[in-house]
Design a protein around this ligand. Sequence first.
Ligand SMILES: Cc1cc2nc3c(=O)[nH]c(=O)nc-3n(C[C@H](O)[C@H](O)[C@H](O)COP(=O)(O)OP(=O)(O)OC[C@H]3O[C@@H](n4cnc5c(N)ncnc54)[C@H](O)[C@@H]3O)c2cc1C
Length: 447
Amino acid sequence: MADLDTIPPRVAICGGGIGGLTLAAVLQRFIGDKKLSIDLYEAGPKFTESGAGITIWQSTRFILGALGLGDALEQKALSTPMTFRKSDLQQGFTFFDVEEGSTTLPRRELLSLFADQLLLDDGSVLHTHFSKRLLHYEQNEKGVNMHFQDGSSASADLLIGSDGVGSATRKTMYKQLSERMRGTDSETADALLGFMLPSWTGSYAYRFLIDAEKIKATHPDHIALTRGTMWCGAGKNGISYPISPTVINAGTMVMVPGGLGKPLEGDSVVKASAEDVANLTQDWEEGFQVLVDNINETSRWAVSQVRGLPQYVDGRVALLGDAAHAMTPHLGAGAGQAIEDAYILARILAHPSVTNQNVPQALKVYDVIRRPIANDIVERSLRQCFISTLHPDYLPSGIDIAKLQSGDSSEWTKVRQDMQDIWSFHGGKMPDDHWEHAQALLASTLV
Ligand SMILES: Cc1cc2nc3c(=O)[nH]c(=O)nc-3n(C[C@H](O)[C@H](O)[C@H](O)COP(=O)(O)OP(=O)(O)OC[C@H]3O[C@@H](n4cnc5c(N)ncnc54)[C@H](O)[C@@H]3O)c2cc1C
């Protein structure tokens, strides 16, 4: 491991998904003459994305702009405001809009924006290692040792776990935190063990792609061609949004009653059929039926989350993205939050006052800035999940479900008020406001 103040810190990033690649790209962009070295360990044989489409919002676009990727994003993305409809009846109706505008694009395009950006640099500070699946690590006051599935090991001065919802970094961190607590407070030690694994949201998502040309041919004014749409119904919801002029990304989610927090039984991804989806939504409004009629292939994904982590950081190790705060897809915010984590963390690590010696304090600043925001968005997303599936326990208190089902406008006004509250996080601060806060904390805490 490196001498604390003489050799530039070696940053290990485990996981080359959207979060890990953004971290590497922002580090390269803001590194100045600091000459950090970055080792990026990815479990897969190359950078890749599962799933087809992604929605991103204004604050994420700001970060892409800061990386010089704003124009490239404009060329690849569509601007798609969102509409929420009550759809589990013949005559559906719109009850909420998010007009400020999301941007949608194919996932692989977003990932390649970051990957291409990394390749553009001369590569002197970044070393990528594929087919390296982290199993666990140990750390001391000087650095971190990582152990991989292929039997190899590597060391670094700090480790960032951007290894997704099933994060081996989070598993190791919370196992170690629990072990340290065991002698003094067994109740807390048990609670910490509960954060090692993600928890099931009690929902499954059927994901599929629709040929937009086919929809245009038969239904040229179909809402799915131009707007993101959340198709809501009791116990289920659909989602659709165009990700290119020819492709609509879509899905159906179904809630298992009482499933929230229960152990997931069976595989997290299984093959499914168009008929499975059609059976779930057969009484729904025509607009959604048209999409379901055009499914070619689909698979069913168990949706898990990482809820309320009490810390994202332990010593020289930090969690980022889904590893820290995987969430339901109902706000389209998971990737955006990973990108925002990466922006703040990379700017902290690239800051001139952060040395190899004070890395643990610097990582704590990241935790203080990012954890309350991202943990709050996990909760908002879960609330939106249950409201979209009209779960009585999550609808505004005192609501009359029968009236709501029949479309009574005063009951829907109450739902709208709750949704305005959920979505208000978009009107909040931008990444550079948080970066300013982080700089103030660095100035007051680093020695
Ligand atoms: C159905 C669905 C729809 C969604 N829609 C949206 C949306 O519209 N908008 C949005 O913002 N978000 C959406 N999300 C969430 C979004 O996909 C995630 O929040 C985002 O991909 C998280 O990025 P990440 O880099 O943290 O993790 P990931 O993208 O999961 O990347 C993790 C990387 O780590 C690698 N890895 C895993 N384990 C190891 C290991 N042990 N060692 C080394 N490498 C490892 C993986 O191979 C992968 O490359 C959706 C999620 C789901 C399930």
